[in-house]
Design a protein. Structure first.
Lengths: 349, 790
C-alpha cells in the first residue's frame, strides 16, 4: 500500500514534468516535490510506518523517485540557463563591420624612416651615429675639408653665412667628420655616420631645397682602400634597394677625397633594362664618395702615412624619392599627415 | 661643347664610333652628357629642275627636284629664293630634323609634297636667327653632287659632345687640345699639336711698345704685334667650328682669337694698336675707376680688380672684357695680341660682382697652363698670317713672374695598390703613366713622376696618381672588399641617442614626426619665444620668408597644422625635435609638439579629445620614461602665446625646462595644444633601473573630499597630502571635481582617493586613520578647506 503511494507520486511527477517551460515553473516544481511539505519529502515521512526489514527497500524506492526528479531538474535547469545565456549573447551581438577605433601610433617622417634604415645597417657594421652643430664655423665646414677661402668649390655650395665669413649654416654634414677626427686625436680609429640637416642657397622647387638632409659616413683606420669603400656601399644599397642591386663607381671629384667616385646603383625598377627612373641608362647615381684626402687627414691630426680611410655621402631626400617614388622634394617639408601615415609600417619583415 | 671633327686634328679617332667613345670617356671620369650628331638620314643634294606657282597660294611654289637615282620628286616650297636651276638640300620623307621633326609625304593645299627643301638653321647647323630665316633655303654651289649627303659636302658632318665635367677637370677638358689628351690617354694614342710656325718681319715689337706690370695678380703677360691685317670673313672651317662651340663668327681676326681659345683654353685679347698707343701698364684698378666695355656699358671698378691700361686710362678689365676704346674694328690695321695669366680668384670675384661671365672670364677663373700661354700666342700669329695676311713683328714682349716648378710625386707601386685595393705591377703602372703622358723615372721600385703643367688639377701626392691610374684601370673593375677592422656595434652618440629615444616614444604615444624649415620669416619669430631668446637675422638672406633662424619650432608646427587643416585633416598630432639657435649662437635642441582634435577613439562611439590634461599626460609619460619620476612638476604658465588660464611651465628638479598649454585665441581660435621642452635639459643623470617588489599585503583605500576656494589648486593640496601621508601613502588620485549649485560660487569640491600600503604587513584601519586624520587636519587648516562629509 505504501508502494502505491510512491507510484502515485511518480505518476504525478511524470505527468507534471511535461508542462515545465521555464526556470520559474521548474523551481515551483521543486518546491512541490522536494520542499518541506513536498510530495517526495512526505514519502520520507511514511518510512516510520514501515517495518524495519522493509525500510531499506522502501527507502530505495523513494530515492529512485528523488533521483529521477533531480536528474530531470538538473538537466532542465542547465537547458534553461543555456537558453537564457544564448538569448543574452544574441542580444549583445554587434556589427563588427563598423569602423575601428583610432589607435594612437605616430609615424616617423619619411626622411627619418629612410635615415633609420641606413643607421641600422651602418651601426651593425660598427659605425656610430653622431651629430654636430648646424651653425658651424667656416674652419670646419670648408677649410679643414681642403676647401680654402676663395676656392671655386665654395661657389657650388652657395652658403648661408650667419655672421661675417666665419659662421655659417653648414652646407654639408662633413664638418661633423672633422670634429670627430679632432676628438680622435690622431690615434683612435673612426667609424661614424652623421645624418643631419644642411643648408644651401637654393630656391625651393620640386628638385631643390634650401634645407636638405645628408647621410655622410667616415671610416679612418689602417690600410683602407677604395675597394673597401665599394664593399661597404654595396651593403648599404642592398639594404635600401634589395639584394640584387649592383654598385658601380665612376670617377668624380670632391675636395676632401682623392680618388673620388660617384656611386651608381643598377636600376631597381627596370633591373638595368632602361626606364624613366634611370633615364634609360640602367643606372642611378645615389652617392658621392672617395678615399679621404691626405690633406684632410693631416689637418685633423691623422698621419696619412699611417692612416687611411674613406668617406661617403648620400642625399636623404634623393634616396627617399627613389625608394618611395616621390617626385616632389617639398613633400618632405610640407607634411600632409595622410601621406605620413603611409610610413607607419615596417619596410618588410 | 667639344667637336669630334676638331679633336681629329690632334688625335686619331677615325676608327672610333662616337657613341662608344663617349661611353669610354664617361667611364674614365669625364661625363659625356649627350652626344649630338649633325648627321641626318634621308638628306640629299637635289636640283630644282622646274618651279611653278602653287595655284592656291600667293607664296608657295611647286618644285620638281632631281635627287639622282631616285629621280624627280615633287616638293612644295615657300621660300622666297626658290627658283629653277638651284641646287638645294632636300629632306626626304623619313628624315628627322632637330626638334624631332619628322618629314612625311603630305598634301599642302591639295598638292602632294614629298619632302622639304631646307635652310641651314633647320638642320641645326646654323642659329635660328631672323637674319638666317630671311635668307630662305640654303643655296648650294653649282658643283654640289646631286644625290649625295649635303652635310658631308658642306663639312657639317660632325659629332658634338656635351660634357658635364667636375670642377677640377673643367679647365683642361673644356678646350679641344686638352680633351684630345684625355682621349689619347684612354685610347693609348699620341697627341699632335697644331701648326704654329710663322714668318717674322724685321721690325721688332720693342720699337713700338713698352710693358709694365704693377700687380702681383698678373704673374705672366706676353704680347705680340702684327700689322697690315686684312679684316674679312673667316675660312669656312673656323666659322663652322665656332658655331658648333656655340660662338658666332664675326670676322677673321676676332674669330681667330676665339678659335685659339677653344684650341688651347687660353683666352687672347686683341687690342687695336693704333688706338692703344705705345704703352701697357697692368695694375690694380683705382676705387671707382670707370671703363666702357665692349658691350657698351660703363663699369665701375674696385681696387681689387685688375685692369690693363695704356699707362693712364683703363683699356680692358683684365681677363673679363675689353674696353670700347681699343676695340678691333673693320679699319684696324695693327693688332697687339695679349696672352696672359691673371689671378683666378680675382677674376672670379670681379666677374661675379660685375655679373660679367664671358668665355674668357670663365676660363681665367679656372686657372691656366702657362705653357699654353706661349703656344696660343704663336698659334694665333700663324693663323693671322695665313687667314688675315698679317705681318708679324719680331720679338715678344714678356713679363714673367710665374712659378714654373714642376709638380713631382714619389711613390711605390704598393702605395697606389693600397689606396685602390688592387694589385698591379710596376710594369703595368709604367704603361698607365705613359698613356697619361706623365714623365716618370722608376728606380728600385720607386716612381718619380712629373705632372704635366696642363693638369692643374693634380696635386703632388700619391692619392692623385692613384686616381689617374685607377680611372684608366677602370673603377668598374674594382672588386668589393670590406675593411679589415675589429667587430663592434655602433651606437647613437650624445644628444642623438636622446633624440632617437624620445622620438620613438612620442611616436608610440601617437604623435607623428614632421620636418620643417630652420629658417623662418619675421612673422614666425613673434610668438612662442621661450626664455626671451632673440633670433639671429641672417645678414644676407635669400628672401624675407627665410631670413631668421628660429628659436621655437611651434610656429612651424602651426604652419603644418594650417596646411593639414586646409586639406581637411582634422586630427593633428605632430612633433619635431630640432636644433635652434639664439642670437648668441647658443644651440638648444627642442622637443616640440602640437595636438588638436581626437586623440583616440571613434567618431560613431566614444572618443578622447585632445585637452590640456592629455598633453600633460604625454609629457609625464615621456619624463617617466626617461627616468625622471618624482623629479618634475608643473607651475602655472606665463607664456604670452598661450591661453593664460590653460598653460603651464614644466619644471625638472625645480628648474623650468619647457612649457605646455593651449594656443592663445589671439593666435588661433582653434583648440590647439602645444608643448615645447629642451632636450639638452633632459640629458641629466638618472637613478639606475631597479626592481621593487609589489606589496603582497592588502592595502587600504580612503576617500576624502574638500570644499575649497577656487584659486586653491589640486596640485597644492596633493603636495600637502603627500607630505603628510608618510611612507605608507602609496598613491593619490583625484576622482571628482565639482563646481556648481551645491557649493558656493567661489568654491569647488575636490575628491581624493588615497591608497595606503605597507610592504611588510597587513595595515590596520587604526594605523591608517591616524595618518588620514592628520592629512585632513593639515589640508583644512592650510587651505581653509571644509571636509565634505557624505
Amino acid at each position: 500500500m505504501k508502494y502505491e503511494q510512491i507510484n502515485k507520486v511518480k505518476e504525478m511527477l511524470e505527468q507534471d514534468i511535461k508542462s515545465i517551460f521555464d526556470i520559474k515553473e521548474l523551481n515551483d516544481l521543486k518546491v512541490k516535490y522536494l520542499g518541506k511539505k513536498g510530495l517526495i519529502s512526505e514519502l520520507n515521512q511514511l518510512i516510520r510506518d514501515i517495518p524495519n526489514e522493509d525500510r531499506k527497500d522502501f527507502g530505495q524506492a523513494v530515492n529512485e523517485v528523488r533521483s529521477f526528479f533531480n536528474d530531470f531538474y538538473d538537466t532542465k535547469k542547465q537547458q534553461f540557463e543555456e537558453e537564457t545565456l544564448n538569448k543574452k549573447l544574441e542580444s549583445e551581438a554587434i556589427d563588427i563591420s563598423l569602423p575601428a577605433a583610432k589607435v594612437t601610433q605616430g609615424a616617423p617622417s619619411i626622411l627619418e624612416k629612410l635615415i633609420e634604415e641606413v643607421e641600422e645597417v651602418c651601426m651593425a657594421m660598427g659605425y656610430d651615429v653622431v651629430d654636430g652643430p648646424e651653425i658651424e664655423e667656416d674652419k670646419y665646414n670648408f677649410e679643414m675639408l681642403n676647401i680654402p677661402k676663395g676656392h671655386p668649390a665654395r661657389d657650388a655650395q652657395d652658403t648661408f653665412y650667419v655672421e661675417g665669413e666665419e659662421l655659417l649654416l653648414r652646407s654639408q654634414t662633413s664638418p661633423v667628420q672633422v670634429r670627430t677626427m679632432l676628438e680622435g686625436k690622431g690615434v683612435t680609429p673612426i667609424r661614424m655616420i652623421c645624418p643631419g640637416k644642411t643648408y644651401r642657397r637654393d630656391d625651393d622647387d620640386a628638385t631643390h631645397s634650401h634645407q636638405f638632409m645628408q647621410i655622410e659616413g667616415l671610416l679612418v683606420d689602417k690600410n683602407i682602400s677604395l675597394s673597401d669603400l665599394k664593399g661597404t656601399i654595396d651593403i648599404i644599397v642592398k639594404k635600401l634597394f634589395g639584394e640584387d642591386i649592383e654598385t658601380r663607381f665612376r670617377p668624380s671629384y670632391y675636395q676632401f677625397t682623392e680618388p673620388s667616385v660617384e656611386v651608381d646603383i643598377s636600376c631597381f625598377n627596370c633591373k638595368g633594362k632602361g626606364c624613366s627612373i634611370c633615364k634609360k641608362t640602367g643606372w642611378i647615381t645615389v652617392a658621392g664618395a672617395g678615399v679621404v684626402h691626405p690633406n684632410v687627414l693631416r689637418m685633423s691630426g691623422y698621419d696619412p702615412k699611417e692612416w687611411s680611410g674613406f668617406a661617403f655621402g648620400f642625399g636623404a631626400e634623393r634616396l627617399a624619392m627613389l625608394k618611395y617614388d616621390i617626385n616632389d622634394l617639398r613633400v618632405f617639408y610640407n607634411t600632409d599627415l595622410r601621406e605620413s601615415k603611409i610610413f607607419d609600417r615596417e619596410e618588410s619583415l | 661643347m667639344i667637336s669630334l671633327e676638331w679633336v681629329k686634328d690632334y688625335v686619331n679617332i677615325e676608327d672610333q664610333d662616337p657613341q662608344e667613345l663617349a661611353v669610354k670617356i664617361t667611364k674614365a671620369g669625364i661625363n659625356v652628357e649627350s652626344v649630338i650628331s649633325h648627321n641626318i638620314d634621308n638628306l640629299v643634294i637635289g636640283e630644282i629642275v622646274k618651279c611653278v606657282d602653287h595655284p592656291d597660294s600667293d607664296h608657295l611654289h611647286i618644285c620638281s627636284v632631281n635627287i639622282g637615282t631616285d629621280g624627280l620628286q615633287q616638293i612644295v616650297c615657300g621660300a622666297p629664293n626658290v627658283r629653277e636651276g638651284l641646287k638645294v638640300i632636300v629632306a626626304l620623307p623619313g628624315a628627322i630634323l632637330p626638334g624631332n621633326f619628322e618629314i612625311k609625304t603630305s598634301k599642302i593645299r591639295g598638292i602632294e609634297s614629298n619632302g622639304m627643301i631646307c635652310a641651314l638653321f633647320e638642320l641645326g647647323v646654323e642659329e635660328e636667327t631672323e637674319e638666317n630665316y630671311a635668307k630662305g633655303i640654303h643655296e648650294l654651289d653649282d658643283n654640289a653632287p646631286i644625290g649625295q649627303n649635303p652635310l658631308r659636302y658642306l663639312g657639317y658632318e660632325d659629332t658634338l659632345y656635351e660634357l658635364d665635367v667636375h670642377k677640377h677637370r673643367n679647365n683642361d677638358c673644356y678646350y679641344h687640345i686638352g680633351f684630345a689628351y684625355e682621349i689619347a690617354a684612354i685610347l693609348n694614342r699620341k697627341v699632335t699639336l697644331p701648326e704654329a710656325n710663322y714668318n717674322e718681319i724685321e721690325d721688332s715689337i720693342n720699337n713700338h711698345f713698352n710693358l709694365k706690370v704693377d700687380t702681383e695678380k698678373c704673374p705672366f703677360y706676353l704680347a705680340k704685334m702684327v700689322t697690315d691685317v686684312k679684316i674679312g670673313e673667316s675660312p669656312e672651317f673656323i666659322k663652322r667650328r665656332l658655331i658648333s662651340a656655340g660662338m658666332r663668327p664675326i670676322n677673321n681676326v676676332v674669330d681667330i682669337s676665339n678659335y685659339v681659345m677653344l684650341e688651347y683654353g687660353q683666352p687672347l685679347h686683341f687690342f687695336d694698336k693704333d688706338k692703344l698707343g705705345n704703352n701697357i701698364l697692368v695694375r690694380n684698378a683705382k676705387e671707382n675707376e670707370e671703363i666702357i666695355t665692349l658691350d657698351g656699358k660703363c663699369r665701375h671698378l674696385k681696387a681689387n680688380d685688375i685692369v690693363i691700361t695704356d699707362g693712364k686710362k683703363a683699356v680692358c678689365i683684365a681677363g673679363i672684357m675689353g674696353g670700347e676704346n681699343t676695340e678691333v674694328d673693320n679699319n684696324t690695321k695693327t693688332i697687339l695680341i695679349e696672352s696672359a695669366i691673371f689671378d683666378a680668384v680675382n677674376i672670379r670675384n670681379t666677374a661675379s660682382r660685375l655679373d660679367l661671365k664671358s668665355e674668357a672670364s670663365i676660363r681665367y677663373g679656372k686657372g691656366l697652363n702657362y705653357e699654353y700661354t706661349k703656344l696660343a700666342i704663336d698659334r694665333a700669329c700663324y693663323l693671322l698670317e695665313k687667314y688675315a695676311d698679317a705681318k708679324i713683328l719680331s720679338d715678344m714682349v714678356t713679363y714673367d713672374n710665374i712659378d714654373k716648378a714642376a709638380k713631382v710625386v714619389k711613390f711605390t707601386p704598393d702605395d697606389v695598390n693600397k689606396i685602390l685595393g688592387i694589385k698591379i705591377s710596376a710594369d703595368d703602372m709604367k704603361i698607365e703613366l705613359a698613356r697619361l703622358d706623365f714623365d716618370y723615372k722608376l728606380k728600385d721600385d720607386l716612381f718619380e713622376v712629373t705632372i704635366p703643367s696642363r693638369r692643374l688639377d693634380i696635386d703632388p701626392n700619391v692619392n692623385d696618381i692613384a686616381e689617374e691610374i685607377g680611372r684608366l684601370y677602370g673603377y668598374h673593375n674594382l672588386v668589393s672588399t670590406l675593411p679589415r677592422v675589429p667587430i663592434r656595434r655602433g651606437q647613437y652618440i650624445g644628444d642623438v641617442k636622446y633624440r632617437k629615444k624620445i622620438s620613438k616614444r612620442l611616436r608610440s604615444l601617437g604623435l607623428n614626426e614632421v620636418k620643417t624649415y630652420t629658417l623662418v620669416s619675421k612673422e614666425l619669430t613673434k610668438d612662442f619665444s621661450f626664455n626671451n631668446k632673440e633670433n639671429i637675422l641672417l645678414p644676407n638672406p635669400m628672401s624675407s620668408d627665410k631670413a631668421y633662424v628660429r628659436t621655437s619650432i611651434i610656429p612651424s608646427l602651426l604652419n603644418v597644422y594650417n596646411y593639414n587643416k586646409k586639406r581637411k585633416v582634422n586630427d593633428i598630432l605632430i612633433y619635431e625635435i630640432s636644433k635652434t639657435y639664439d642670437n648668441n649662437f647658443k644651440e638648444e635642441s627642442l622637443i616640440s609638439g602640437l595636438l588638436s582634435g581626437t586623440y583616440i577613439g571613434n567618431e560613431w562611439a566614444t572618443s578622447v579629445k585632445v585637452d590640456f590634461y592629455l598633453v600633460k599626460g604625454i609629457i609625464e609619460n615621456l619624463l617617466n620614461y626617461i627616468g625622471f619620476k618624482n623629479r618634475y612638476s608643473f607651475e602655472i604658465g606665463d607664456n604670452n602665446s598661450l591661453h593664460p588660464g590653460i598653460s603651464a611651465k614644466i619644471l625638472l628638479d625645480r628648474e623650468p625646462i619647457g612649457y605646455l598649454g593651449r594656443i592663445h585665441p589671439k593666435i588661433s581660435k582653434d583648440e590647439i595644444y602645444v608643448f615645447e621642452l629642451s632636450l639638452n635639459e633632459l640629458m641629466r643623470k638618472i637613478k639606475p633601473l631597479k626592481f621593487k617588489p609589489a606589496s603582497i599585503y592588502p592595502g587600504i583605500k580612503k576617500d576624502m573630499a574638500f570644499i575649497v576656494s577656487k584659486d586653491i589648486t589640486a596640485g597644492e593640496i596633493m603636495e600637502t597630502i603627500k607630505k603628510n601621508g608618510g611612507r605608507l601613502l602609496e598613491s593619490i588620485s583625484v576622482f571628482d571635481l565639482y563646481m556648481g549649485d551645491k557649493v558656493n560660487n567661489n568654491e569647488k569640491s575636490i575628491a581624493f582617493s588615497l591608497y595606503f600600503e605597507d610592504p611588510n604587513k597587513t595595515l590596520s584601519d587604526d594605523e591608517v586613520m591616524v595618518i588620514f586624520n592628520k592629512i585632513i587636519e593639515k589640508v583644512t587648516t592650510s587651505y581653509n578647506a571644509k571636509l565634505r562629509d557624505n
